[in-house]
Design a protein around this ligand. Sequence first.
Ligand code: UDP
Length: 328
Amino acid sequence: MKPHVLVTGGAGYIGSHACKALSEAGYVPVCFDNLSTGWREAVKFGPLEEGDLADRARLDEVFATYRPVAVMHFAALSLVGESMQNPSKYWRTNVNCALNLIEAAIDAGCLNVVFSSTCATYGDQDGVVLDENTEQRPINAYGGSKRAIEDMLRDFGASHGLNSVIFRYFNVAGADPAGDIGEQHVPETHLIPLMLDAIAGKRPALTVFGSDYPTRDGTCIRDYVHVSDLVDAHVLGLKWLEAGKPSRVFCLGSGNGFSVREVIEASRAVTNREVPIVEGARRPGDAASLVSGSRRALEELGWQPQRSDLSVMIADAWRWHQAKEYEY
Ligand code: UDP
C-alpha cells in the first residue's frame, strides 16, 4: 500500500501543487483543509478531509483513519498586510492550529513534519543576502507567527523526538506546467496574479506599493521561486526525514532578486501586452529586499530547480490565468 501523507492546506495554492508532487512520487496525499481559502476543485490527487485544525477531535479521527507517515503543514493565514491590521487573528490561528496539529501528530505516533515557513521571519535586513544562519527579526505578525511555529517544532523535537524539515520560502510564483492547478486567492494580494489581472483587463491597474525604497529602482526586491520547484523540495524533505536524517532548516529561493518594476517589465515581455500601473504608497510590513543566498537545499537535499526563471514563472502563471477553472 502507498504511504499516506497528511497535507494541511492541500486545497490551497502551494498545498495543491505539493499533493500533485507527492502523488507523482508514490505517496497518497490526504488533503486536510477547511476550504476557507482553498478550492475543492484543486483537490485532485488524493482524498479531501474537510476539517479545521482548531478541531482536535477531527484531527485525531483523520490521523487514525490514514496513519500518515508524515505531515506537510501548509495551512495558515499568509497575508503580510492583513497581519499588520489584525495581528490577533494571525497569532491565534497560525500558532494555535500548529500546536493542535503537532500534538495530534505526536499522539498518533506520526513524528515527521515538513513545515512551510517564510523569509518574512527575517524581517528587513538592509539588503543582506539571507540564508539559514541569518538572524530572524520579523517585522510583521505573519512572520512572527511562523517563527513561533519554528520554535515550537524545535521544542517538540527535544521533548518528543519530533523530526522536522522547515522550509523558509521566498516568493512563490508560477503554476503547474501541465495546467492541472494554479494560483487563485480571494482576495488576491500577490504581485504576479494581480499584474496578470491588470494585463487581462480584470482590474483597472496594478498599484506599485512604494517607489522610495533604498533599492536600485526604488521598488521592493523579491526572490521568486517556481511553485513546482518548491514542492519538489518538499518531497526531498520528506525523504530526508524518512531516511532518519536530523531536523533541518532550508531556505527555498532562486537566489535572484527582482524589483517590482523588473517583474512588470518581464510580464510585459512574456505576455506582449501593456501593464497598466499606478504608483501607490508603501504597504505596511514590507521589507525592502528579500533575497536568498542559500545553497543548502541544493547541496544537502539535491534540490535542482528547473523552472525558477522569472519569464518561465510568469509564462506558466499566465497560461493558468487564461485557463483557470476555479470559481471566483
Ligand atoms: N506589490 C505591489 N503591488 C501589489 C502587490 C504587491 O507593488 O499589488 C509588491 C509588494 O509590495 C512586494 C512585492 O510586490 O514588494 C511582492 O508582494 P507579494 O504580496 O506578491 O508577496 P510578499 O513579498 O508580500 O510575500
